[in-house]
Design a protein around this ligand. Structure first.
Ligand SMILES: Nc1ncnc2c1ncn2[C@@H]1O[C@H](COP(=O)(O)OP(=O)(O)OP(=O)(O)O)[C@@H](O)[C@H]1O
Ligand SMILES: [Mg+2]
Length: 354
């Protein structure tokens, strides 16, 4: 594992009475693709602005390569921020847009031509160098903005909702593109996104922010499979929550049945808890080991690769969601109104304080 490159130590940023970032500590490694996730107002942009030097922390320190940069001005940090609403210069060509930062640095003409040429290859737009932004598609514009941010070879590139303006298909393509470019350049990326699927696809590690605090930081797999709180479980992907009361031998569910589950750290018998299970972990048919529930199909949504069922069950006030693969759906034909028994493995059961 490579060493710590960027270290945030107990960072705090207050705007009057608002704690936009509230005692956040985090280490980011060299060449890491790091994603920041969080609801609107959770402090994502503020954190990037602190890293870029556009804001000064009201507490804590930021170390880059071991040096405290908390009070170093933005232009001396070798950190580049691609803003939430990036804007290309409309009157300049693609080439000129990318060259702009180098011209500000007073690089020589030959060097500018060489570096912009290389960058155009990387973003795969050499044939469009002479176009103006309004003659480009959304994805092409996004790539130019990326080229403009990368050409100065920052040590760290901060991207605030870089794919926010794109439609779903283009987003998917650009997610892979971003990963490729990051890999090719070996630059550390910190990407803010609203879209949790996007974070899971692109990042080496994902952090969830809530009210300016770090809630969880882990690999995409761990954050999806082992969320550390009900909030994180709800925030990432889809989760069924079955409320109950913790007992010595399991969880007493709403219908009086007993669900086998572990226990949250520090929980005591009699505490209110929720058992959590992902829709894709529920399978048709009762199980001998593990857990089960019965329900009535109230809605079905065909989603191409899979079929989503909504069940009314005595175990939960909300509909229980089930995701069946096309194969499972075909071997168990179901219609609305059908009663169905489902099972899931003990190892797929999570439990949180309610
Ligand atoms: N300059 C400022 N003055 C006062 N409050 C601010 C300022 N900038 C941000 N805030 C507040 O700090 C909190 C965090 O804002 P921030 O922009 O970091 O959120 P965000 O996670 O980027 O949200 P979004 O997903 O909507 O972009 C919010 O409550 C916001 O209103
Ligand atoms: Mg923001």
């Amino acid at each position: 594992m490579s060493q710590t490159f960027l270290s945030l130590q107990n960072i705090e940023k207050r705007f009057g009475s608002v704690r936009a970032v509230d005692g956040l500590s985090l280490d980011i490694r060299q060449n890491e693709f790091f994603a920041l996730l969080g609801a609107s107002g959770s402090g994502k942009t503020t954190l990037l602005r602190l890293l870029a030097g556009f804001e000064t922390p009201t507490g804590g320190s930021i170390l880059l390569g071991g040096k405290d940069i908390s009070r170093v001005p933005p232009n001396l940090r070798q950190i580049n921020l691609m803003f939430q609403s990036y804007a290309l210069f409309p009157h300049m060509t693609v080439f000129q847009n990318i060259a702009y930062g180098l011209e500000m640095e007073r690089a020589g003409r030959a060097e500018i031509r060489r570096r912009v040429g290389e960058m155009l290859e990387i973003i795969q737009l050499p044939h469009l160098a002479k176009r103006k932004p309004d003659q480009l598609s959304g994805g092409q514009r996004q790539r130019v903005a990326l080229g403009r941010a990368l050409v100065k070879r920052p040590h760290l590139l901060l991207l605030d909702e870089p794919l926010g303006a794109l439609d779903k298909k283009l987003r998917g393509d650009m997610q892979l593109e971003l990963k490729r470019i990051q890999h090719e350049f070996g630059i550390t990326f910190i990407v803010v996104t609203h879209d949790q699927e996007e974070a899971l696809v692109m990042a080496d590690r994902v952090a969830i922010l809530k009210d300016g605090k770090l809630l969880q930081c882990a690999s995409p797999h761990d954050i999806y499979e082992h969320p550390n709180s009900r909030y994180a479980a709800d925030f990432i992907g889809v989760m069924n929550f079955l409320p109950g009361i913790l007992q010595r031998d399991g969880v007493r569910a709403l219908d009086g049945s007993l669900i086998q589950a572990g226990r949250p750290a520090g929980a005591r018998d009699g505490d209110k808890v929720v058992v959590a299970v992902r829709p894709e972990r529920l399978h048709i048919g009762a199980r001998k080991d593990g857990n089960g529930l019965k329900g009535r199909v109230v809605a079905m949504a065909y989603q191409g690769l899979d079929l989503q069922l909504h069940l009314k069950s005595d175990l939960s006030p909300d509909p229980v969601l089930v995701r069946l693969t096309a194969h499972d759906a075909e071997s168990n034909p179901l219609s609305e109104g059908d009663e169905v028994s489902l099972g899931w493995a003990a190892r797929d059961t999570r439990i949180f304080m309610a």
